[in-house]
Design a protein around this ligand. Structure first.
Ligand SMILES: *Cc1c(COP(=O)(O)O)cnc(C)c1O
Length: 352
């Protein structure tokens, strides 16, 4: 704290990302990265950018990436906004599309960046409790609001809602924007992209960090009605006109063009997830049914925090949230089969 800080900064409570420790090599199952590399074409596309053209600014519109999204989803590129990570896109969404006269609604258990953005942009919020079984019931959002946002599947629970449930909400919630954060949608949930041409109040946000193996490249995008996209462009161009560099644009476009590696990686992660779920259940864990690349699991006895610390000491990192309702659980990213075998061996010794 310093007298040179402005009053808003004095009140900020920044987001805390999962640890990226450098003290030793961990089996890293704490930040939902993909355990498999992207397609070779992604490396080639990035390498091709490494020439003297780096002295020039990149395309401020990111057209090659918008085109790749158009080709993947069959959605015209004027429905697409691209930026440097979906966190960045989400910040622009809070800034450009949410209203401050009524509360922005999101689940009480959800991505913990949402309250941080709301605070940064001085928006009122109302956190709607998930039901006892952690389900997200969208009828609970039928009330006046300045915007609605939730991840599908939700994080850290991994539970998904259906397109029909989202469409019912979008039909009644016509006075503000409904934002679906589809960071994990490729691991078994249903995207609502096909609804976008019918509903001008629906926005979908996606990232290349999880299912497309590119957390290190920092690329995300939003899809929605061109009027919503224009608002995001206006904020972006009032902030940073070139959020994506040449290598990011080329690598991300190549990743969206590759369907083979992407599909195989997602399928592999989903099958590992089902195997891990069974094995955790055998060890007495309660495991929520996940449609994401992680499982949310509570040990039968003992304390999740102690288990998190014991695993860390043994070189396995998982995520623990010290919050009401969450502190019984560990969020475990699905890694390779070998990563998961190491985790399960340690868990067997600790609780088996
Ligand atoms: C990981 C994650 C993001 C952020 O993804 P980046 O593109 O890496 O910033 C956004 N929303 C949710 C729900 C996530 O879990």
């Amino acid at each position: 704290m310093s007298k040179y800080w402005n009053p808003l900064v004095q009140k900020l409570e920044p987001y805390t990302p999962g640890e990226q420790p450098k003290d030793q090599r961990y089996v890293k199952l704490n930040t939902n990265e993909c355990p498999y590399p992207p397609a070779p074409e992604v490396f080639e596309a990035i390498t091709e950018e490494l020439d003297e053209s780096l002295r020039l600014y990149p395309d401020p519109n990111g057209d090659i990436l918008k085109q790749a999204v158009e080709d993947f989803y069959g959605l015209p590129s004027k429905y697409v906004f691209v930026s440097n990570s979906s966190d960045d896109v989400l910040a622009h969404v809070f800034h450009a599309l949410f209203q401050s006269d009524k509360p922005v609604l999101f689940p009480d258990i959800s991505y913990s960046f949402y309250p941080v953005y709301a605070n940064l942009y001085q928006l009122k919020t109302e956190q709607i409790p998930l039901r006892e079984d952690f389900s997200l019931v969208l009828e609970d959002y039928h009330k006046p609001n300045g915007g609605i946002i939730f991840p599908n599947p939700n994080a850290p629970t991994g539970l998904a809602v259906t397109t029909a449930q989202i469409e019912s909400l979008v039909k009644v919630n016509t006075e503000s924007v409904v934002v679906v954060d589809e960071a994990y949608v490729d691991f078994g949930a249903e995207t609502v992209v096909p609804l976008l041409t019918q509903y001008p109040n629906l926005l979908v946000v996606q990232t290349l960090s999880k299912s497309r193996s590119l957390a290190g490249l920092r690329v995300g995008f939003a899809m929605g009605h061109p009027d919503l996209i224009e608002a995001l462009e206006r904020v972006k161009n009032s902030f940073n006109s070139y959020p994506l560099g040449r290598m990011e644009l080329a690598g991300a476009a190549a990743a969206l063009k590759d369907r083979t590696h992407f599909k195989a990686n997602c399928a592999k992660i989903m099958s590992t997830r089902e195997q891990v779920t069974k094995n955790l259940q055998r060890l007495g864990f309660t495991v929520l049914p996940s449609s994401a690349n992680f499982v949310f699991a509570a040990p039968a006895q003992g304390n999740a925090e102690e288990l998190y610390l014991a695993l860390k000491q043994r070189g396995v990192l998982v995520r623990f949230f010290k919050k009401p309702r969450l502190e019984r659980f560990l969020r475990i990213t699905i890694g390779t089969d070998r990563d998961m075998a190491i985790l399960l061996d340690h868990l067997f010794e600790l609780v088996g």
